[in-house]
Ligand binder design. Sequence first.
Ligand code: NAP
Length: 366
Amino acid sequence: MATPAETAAMQRALVLAAESVGTSNPNPPVGAVVLSADGEIVGEGRTQHVGGPHAEVMALRAAGQSAVGGTLVATLEPCRHIGRTGPCTEAIEGAGVRRVVFAVGDPNGDAAGGAEDLRGRGIDVESGLLADDAAVTLAPWLTAVRRRRPHVTWKFAATLDGRTAAPDGTSRWITGADARRDVHRLRAASDAVVVGIGTVLADDPQLTVRDTSTVRQPLRVVVDGSARTPLSARILDDAAPTLVVVGTDAEPDRVKALRSTPADVVELSRRGQRVDLGALLAELFEREALLLLLEGGATLAGSFVRDRLVDRVVGYYAPALLGAGPPVLGSAGVTTIGEAVRLEVDTVTQVGADVRIDAVLSREGR
Ligand code: NAP
């Protein structure tokens, strides 16, 4: 049974975990707190950038000798594997910690089993404290690890009547500067940003993080079955890494030309007419892209929704009406109202003059 001091420490660890969202990838955003033997907070830590120490190690370092006989409180089960950093369980034992309290169990095949490992080292372990709260911050990472594919957020901007462009094709700008800056924050928190070739041909987007601080640029991905990406496309510049995903049947000369650019090119099989999205996500997971931002357009987003590969939707709605023009979502395989893909609204926020709606696919929608 957790003590009041441990519960308070877990609440502090949750704040630390939230602070590392978007900068810890592909590691999970974790917070950790060390309590001394008499229950005082003597160390705090959050997951550092890739290759850096885990939250537990940061907190133990901060605590130093004060950790001896104390308790480590963490939002995720400490790992027991040697990845880029050493196992946390070893560091915990080495620091002389007597007890570990964590919120959520680690589903990651390599890292899981930390609790068992700690018990084997003679350390008292308790799990599940404030687990529901911790799972909120960890949700995208948990989804990716459990499903062995990236967590997918589909983001779009539309008028209140669900249009993304006027009938003449003009679309800049539907939403205001505040919403556009918000999108850059979404990008900064993602490992990869994905668009279809239709969007590259229509808008020539650069897809980099601008107007906000970032620890790295996410991988830019264009799904381009027939290798139609123009060699002059901005997505092929060297401002960020790029992956062009072409079909295995794409014209070899075009593929060769794309390979001469700074971009990485990968050939994937098609399912029907289109690049196989399951294969695409498997490829991105292999590349440690766990958090994916799907930026459209409507055709590619329709395929993702049809295949139930969208986990979260972030819609920016501008208070404007167009009445005609392309819709925000292409065919998603829905033919009758009973097949509608149902969502649960998470938050509704006003961003400048626009409204941002965050929603997750309801259980029935999966
Ligand atoms: P798109 O969705 O960006 O790209 C569609 C193309 O992607 C397909 O034609 C197909 O070309 C390729 N593709 C490869 N695999 C696919 C798969 N599994 N499923 C679907 N497509 C696949 O193009 P779009 O629908 O024409 O949208 C472009 C328009 O959307 C632009 O006008 C842009 O301004 C707008 N847009 C709006 C927003 C917004 O939030 N308002 C965001 C992005 C884009 P291949 O067969 O050649 O592979």
